[in-house]
Design a protein around this ligand. Structure first.
Ligand SMILES: Cc1ncc(COP(=O)(O)O)c(C=O)c1O
Length: 448
């Protein structure tokens, strides 16, 4: 049961809005139906199928705006699920990638961009003495966990419920279990889909629950190679670590001789030039990056302390991949890092200001309608939900009225604002004041 009273439920005029979006985006629906005949589910990543009223098809984007096949343009706060930190088609990135395209798509061998980007990354990321590259967040998390097992000689790792670390069987557990699954399985790892191998190496705890983590270590310390977490829980309502919790994870992993891994696939180069490590001042042993670091290309990075990364350097731990370190992704990263690092990362201050203005504008508009709203996050990634109290872990989020939020997202789409329907908002470096003002006006219309 959602938190919105039934009298306010139709605030978003849902059926009218859906009908209006359906009409405006008819070309997308035609394409989606055609795609479904030949492409499993009609989409290339399962989550995209859930978009209502139907998945949209795009023809291009520029800056903070994206255009669909029916000619509608939207102010984009989905940003391709995060990567487009510089917006659509940032000229510095497209220029450098365009030039590289003329010189070669990939070599399967060495080239200068590899060490140039690695030099930039190691000079920025606090935990980075050495880095290595892959193509997706899923892959690079596997490299990190393998390395932790090699370093410690231990088989298991501890993760938190609600945290997402990619779609490999070993980590795709206890992501967003239903209340029924939780009551049946408790804190045992709960696989997300069918066909997954049992993730025997996963131990699951609740985010922000020190006592539980302590209990787990007291009983199983000798089995645990690593603790992995999203240092800001972006994949679940952007729930922050409570004060001292990241420091606690740092201390307990040190005490028990295992590694602390920050999965910075979202927070990296998004919440700050130095990512979550920069914002929270806690330095893990290893950190994983994807999304923003490639500014929209397929790039992921493992960064870590020399004493651990040496195991990859000497070949003891295998890290391989045909397209690893390909020059297209690294050209994009080189250009993006150059832009993001200018004036000591001054762009992050501006993103923070604009995101703050947007976030407080959204809160004010929704509260003015008497809606219970909670926002949470860090600068240019935040979450909006309909609930009474902020969540401190995934289970708390089950109290939110998710369907009401989806209705708001559809009303916003009808008003030319594209947001992820799970409540997350991403702001890019090119969403200026005018875009934010336009968005808040669109929200007023969506609520009027
Ligand atoms: C925190 C986190 N880790 C890992 C991944 C997996 O990355 P990819 O989708 O590139 O495989 C994601 C993807 O959203 C993520 O948010």
């Amino acid at each position: 049961m959602g938190v919105l009273a039934s009298s306010t439920k139709d605030l978003f005029r849902t059926s009218q809005r859906e009908e209006s979006v359906r009409r405006k985006t008819a070309g997308s629906l035609v394409r989606y139906n055609r795609a479904r005949e030949v492409l499993a589910g009609g989409v290339s990543s399962g989550l995209r199928r859930s978009m209502r009223p139907h998945p949209l098809y795009f023809t291009g984007g520029e800056g903070p705006r994206v255009r669909d096949v029916d000619g509608n343009t939207y102010l984009d706060y989905g940003l391709a699920w995060g990567p487009l930190i510089l917006g659509h088609c940032p000229p510095e990135v497209t220029k450098q990638v365009g030039e590289q395209l003329q010189r070669g798509l990939t070599y399967g061998a060495q080239h200068d961009l590899e060490f140039e980007v690695a030099e930039a990354l190691t000079s920025i990321i606090p935990c980075a003495d050495l880095v290595c590259f892959a193509n997706s967040g899923t892959e690079i998390v596997q490299v990190a966990l393998r390395l932790a097992r090699a370093v410690t000689g231990r088989p298991k790792y501890l993760k938190f419920e609600g945290h997402y670390h990619g779609w490999d069987d070993s980590v795709l557990v206890s992501y967003h279990p239903t209340a029924e699954q939780i009551s049946a399985s408790g804190d045992n790892p709960i696989p997300v889909g069918r066909g997954q191998r049992r993730a025997q190496e996963a131990i699951v705890a609740q985010w922000n629950d020190r006592e539980q983590v302590e209990r787990i270590f007291a009983g199983r310390s000798g089995e645990i190679a690593a603790v992995i977490c999203e240092p800001l829980l972006c994949n679940t309502f952007c729930i922050p670590a409570e004060p001292g919790f990241l420091e606690f994870l740092r201390a307990i992993t040190e005490r028990h001789g295992c590694l602390l891994i920050f999965d910075e696939v979202i927070t990296g180069f998004r919440v700050d030039l130095k990512g979550a490590q920069g914002v929270y001042g806690v330095v893990p042993d290893l950190a994983t990056y994807a999304k923003a670091v490639g500014a929209g290309t397929a790039l992921s990075v493992l960064a870590g302390r020399r004493q651990y990364m040496e195991r990859i350097a000497n070949g003891e731990v295998v890290h391989a991949g045909t397209l690893n370190g390909n020059p297209i992704s690294l050209a994009a990263a080189a250009a993006a890092l150059e832009v993001l690092s200018r004036n000591d990362g001054a762009v992050y201050g501006e993103m923070r200001r604009l995101s703050g203005k947007l976030r407080s504008g959204i809160e004010a508009a929704l509260r003015a309608k008497g809606l219970p709203v909670v926002t949470s996050g860090e600068g240019p990634v935040f979450h909006v939900s309909f609930m009474e109290e902020p969540a401190r872990n995934y289970r708390d989020t089950l109290r939110a009225d998710q369907s009401a939020y989806t209705q708001l997202a559809i009303a916003l789409l009808d008003e030319g604002v594209l947001v992820l329907q799970d409540g997350r908002w991403y702001v890019s470096a090119v969403h200026g004041d005018a875009a934010i003002d336009e968005t808040l006006s669109a929200l007023d219309r969506a609520l009027s």
